[in-house]
Design a binder for this molecule. Structure first.
Ligand SMILES: NC(=O)C1=CN([C@@H]2O[C@H](COP(=O)(O)OP(=O)(O)OC[C@H]3O[C@@H](n4cnc5c(N)ncnc54)[C@H](OP(=O)(O)O)[C@@H]3O)[C@@H](O)[C@H]2O)C=CC1
Ligand SMILES: O=C(O)CCC(=O)C(=O)O
Length: 439
């Protein structure tokens, strides 16, 4: 509880009045509820898998509890001279299989989601971590964002490192943020390209990382369709919530594969075309600074309607907690493919199961990002750049192998794919824990 409270941002200067007026406290309470409910949701899913494995209670507790949580305050002088204080955190879950690894999120409602199990599902040699700053980056200038990022590095530099904990992009953080991160860290610790992944390609980044989470999602869907005898990518209609890094790349690749992307949304609006949107044109439209809903190749849609839009494959690719029981009852698709972290609540999950809607869980579906991050890190250690086809081919192999592992547990144990993914991951983490020993 105490550490979650530290997530709430305090502001000095212009914002102090709002804070005193209670607006800030209300926002803090919302963040706290959001953070704790997301962590609880993850643990609910995890317990379901643990129930299937006959592990002693002490080992279960070890697997459920993060190893380290760090909360820091970042004091930043804004362009107008005011001082603002942002709360930031890094949570490190389990490093039995290798250094901690995971995204860094800039969002007003940061949440403590968990990639420990994801790295194990993908069978890459990392443990999990997650971090973020409680901030709405759209309210900061680029200079302020850079200053805040550099302050973050200084504040957490002792618990991160090439062989310690390797952050990466997540919501509202991108290659530019990772470049600042790498540069600031290298000032203190010497040249360290492997301290973050998702860097620009010209600055020790990997070809293929930017598209990797969307590409991995596409490979994941292909495998699922095959297993369910639902045909090919080209045979399906897709609706996608979120048109950022993950959503836009998934849309692009599904469209290139011949699929019909019938609706997409972002935080401001949505656009739909039941015959399929031209995603190439849509991306150009958005890149030119236009809104999704003003796209002439489709009709405007209320963004709330994206999740209930009729389709074969629904892809939440934005924020967590969007599919609760009420939404799950209204969803109009055959499968839900969780490209976002934590889009379905445990209650929503039960409703989807009862309705016979297959859910491909986040810890597998969006594992393409961390997988190509791993490839980037390996290239940094080798000081060598791989060809993009090589990266994509290796990613395909990892996604296919991981799917085969979770599908076989799903069939053998008769459990949903989410439980199967946690079982696979828990078995791998536990094996590493036990073989390393506890002394
Ligand atoms: N980037 C990566 O490699 C990975 C990302 N993920 C997960 O994927 C998800 C998306 O991440 P990413 O694409 O990187 O993030 P981005 O910040 O690039 O994009 C997020 C998208 O979601 C939209 N969005 C934000 N809030 C809402 C909302 N309330 N309703 C509808 N849409 C909303 C944004 O709209 P707008 O642009 O208008 O703000 C934007 O289109 C997150 O859950 C993240 O944790 C998981 C693994 C790896
Ligand atoms: O690339 C990474 O290391 C992690 C990406 C991420 O944020 C995630 O997998 O949730």
């Amino acid at each position: 509880m105490a550490s979650a409270l530290l997530l709430c941002g305090k502001q000095i200067g212009g914002a102090v009045g709002r804070l005193l007026a209670g607006e800030g406290l209300a926002a803090c309470a919302t963040q706290l509820r959001h953070a704790s409910s997301h962590a609880e949701n993850t643990n609910t899913f995890l317990r379901e898998a643990l129930n299937r494995l006959d592990y002693p209670e002490k080992l279960q507790n070890l697997l459920l509890t993060p190893r380290r949580e760090m909360s820091v305050e970042l004091v930043v002088q804004m362009d107008d001279g005011q001082i603002e204080v942002f709360n930031a955190y890094r949570v490190q879950h389990n490093n039995a299989r290798g250094p901690y690894k995971g995204g860094l999120r800039y969002h007003p409602q940061v949440d403590l989601d968990d990639v420990r199990r994801k790295t194990a599902v993908m069978d890459i040699p990392y443990g999990g971590a997650k971090g973020g700053v409680t901030v709405d980056p759209r309210k900061l200038s680029e200079r302020e964002l850079e200053k805040m990022t550099r302050k973050l590095v200084v504040a957490i530099k002792e618990i991160i490192g090439t062989y310690e904990d390797i952050p990466a992009p997540d919501m509202n953080t991108d290659a530019k943020v990772m470049a600042w991160f790498f540069d600031e860290y290298s000032k203190y610790k010497g040249f360290s390209p492997g301290v973050v992944t998702g860097k620009p390609v010209y600055l020790h980044g990997s070809l293929g990382r930017e598209a990797a989470t969307g590409r991995g999602t596409t490979f994941a869907i292909r495998e699922l369709l095959k297993a369910l005898h639902m045909g090919k990518l080209a045979d399906q209609k897709y609706a996608i919530q979120g048109f950022g890094n993950v959503g836009a790349w998934a849309a692009q690749l599904l469209w290139e594969a011949g699929g019909k992307v019938v609706a997409v949304s972002d935080v401001a609006g949505a656009v739909a075309n039941e015959h399929g949107l031209d995603i190439g044109e849509l991306r150009r439209h958005v890149a030119a600074g236009q809104t999704l809903s003003s796209f002439p190749g489709g009709g405007s849609l209320a963004k709330e309607d994206i999740l209930t839009f009729p389709c074969d494959v629904l892809i939440p690719a934005a924020i967590g907690g969007v599919i609760g029981p009420d939404m799950a009852a209204k969803i109009n698709c055959k499968v839900v493919v969780e490209a976002a972290n934590g889009p379905t609540t445990p209650e929503g999950d039960v409703v989807l199961r009862d309705r016979g809607i297959t859910v491909l869980p986040d810890i597998y579906t969006n594992g393409g990002g961390v997988t190509v991050s791993f490839f980037e890190w390996v290239q940094n250690l080798q000081n060598f750049k791989w060809e993009e086809e090589d990266v994509n081919r290796k990613l395909d192999r990892k996604m296919s192998d991981a799917f085969a592992a979770l599908w076989s547990v799903h069939r053998e144990m008769g459990v949903p794919l989410r439980t199967a993914a946690f079982v696979v991951a828990l078995q791998r983490v536990t094996r590493a824990e036990v073989h390393r020993g506890f002394d």
